[in-house]
Design a protein around this ligand. Structure first.
Ligand code: FES
Length: 116
């Protein structure tokens, strides 16, 4: 892994999201309440785009499909496939829980850098 400059910091104000490419990876950058996070663009469950995933007040991103939720800082699973009720849990049992990949970021020289 190595640091890559991906975006001017002023292009990602609070509440904004951007997808950037680092090597072969598509990374979702988001600014949640002034804190910048870099996570995999696709859900580790069934590869659905997380771009429109809901962000909760406690720093969790929720997949729009089966609503698995992941800690934005660590990528750890908070809940695995709770939706739709009953069926979601059955679907989730078919594949083991996997964290959402997260990547270190830094802001230097007016730019956002990702270590991916
Ligand atoms: S695709 Fe994200 S939880 Fe199923």
């Amino acid at each position: 892994m190595s640091w890559t400059k991906v975006l001017a910091a002023d292009q990602l104000p609070t509440g904004k999201r951007e997808v950037v490419k680092v090597g072969e990876r598509n990374i979702l950058l988001l600014n949640h309440e002034g804190q910048i996070y870099a996570v995999a663009r696709r859900c580790p469950h069934m590869n659905i785009k997380m771009t429109r995933g809901k962000i909760t007040e406690d720093g969790t991103i929720v997949c729009p499909m089966h609503r698995s939720s992941f800690d934005l800082k660590t990528g750890c699973v908070k809940e695995w496939t709770p939706f739709p009720p009953v069926v979601g849990k059955m679907i989730g049992k078919l594949s083991p829980e996997k964290p959402l990949p997260v990547f270190p970021i830094k802001v230097e020289e007016g730019s956002i850098w990702v270590d991916a």
